[in-house]
Write a protein that binds this ligand. Structure first.
Ligand SMILES: C[S@@+](CC[C@H](N)C(=O)[O-])C[C@H]1O[C@@H](n2cnc3c(N)ncnc32)[C@H](O)[C@@H]1O
Length: 212
């Protein structure tokens, strides 16, 4: 279905292990992207590579008051199974088993797209395709927010980023370290990006906005 590195094998333990992998900083780096959802015109949100849906469910809570809804997608069926269980009876969230580079949604169907720690799971060609798909499904004026490993800017960042690469032997992480996520953002249909924040010397928050 995708050559992205899916995490079916880790679905049962992801919520326990993932915070440890990022030295407990995961929430600190991912949660601030919720502030970009505060604009009340945002109703329909898409979370790419949502994993077990922890952030997706927070987004659902945030959108409840304005009757908005969020769709979380992941190419790993077991991750989606866990996410659906966690969602229980929450009505304004849906989880689909879908690859980010081939979204089954119509053009201009979302106000906002976001993605946390997903893009280091796909190679350069898929990064470009996934970003272009986000562009296609976004309504004009909407943004794609990406939180992910980027080119390190200090010693601590270099140690963390390269440790991740050697631990998982994941070429897609090396690509991010080499700045290819930003390159994909520039080469995409968005044509440009803004770096909104940079954490721990190796994780960036990128904003790509679709013009009117
Ligand atoms: C590190 S997890 C991030 C999960 C979640 N966003 C978070 O911040 O905890 C990366 C996720 O990307 C998924 N993935 C890998 N390739 C994919 C693809 N081509 N399309 C959609 N999801 C994919 C994996 O299955 C995994 O659940």
């Amino acid at each position: 279905m995708t050559r992205g590195r899916t995490l079916d094998h880790a679905a049962a333990v992801y919520d326990i292990l993932s915070p440890l992998m990022l030295l407990g900083q995961e929430q600190m780096m991912a949660r601030p992207c919720l502030k970009y959802l505060e604009d009340p015109v945002i109703h329909d949100v898409l979370d790419l590579g949502c994993g077990t849906g922890t952030l997706t469910l927070e987004i659902a809570r945030l959108l409840t008051a304005r009757c908005g809804q969020v769709v979380g997608i992941d190419a790993a069926p077991r991750m989606i199974e866990v996410a659906r269980k966690k969602a229980g009876i929450i009505r304004n969230v849906r989880f689909d088993v879908v690859a980010a580079e081939a979204l089954p949604y119509p053009d201009q169907s979302f106000d906002h797209v976001l993605s946390t720690f997903f893009f280091h799971h796909i190679d350069m060609e898929l990064k470009l395709r996934a970003i272009d798909e986000a562009f296609r499904v976004l309504r004009p004026g909407g943004s794609l927010i990406i939180v992910d490993v980027d080119a390190p800017t200090n010693l601590f960042g270099r140690v963390c980023a390269w440790a991740g690469y050697y631990l998982f032997k994941q070429e897609e992480i090396r690509e991010n370290i080499e700045g290819k996520l930003c390159l994909a953002a520039e080469r995409s249909r968005f044509g440009a990006f803004k770096r909104l924040a940079h954490y721990q010397g190796y994780v960036s928050v990128l904003q790509l906005t679709k013009g009117f």
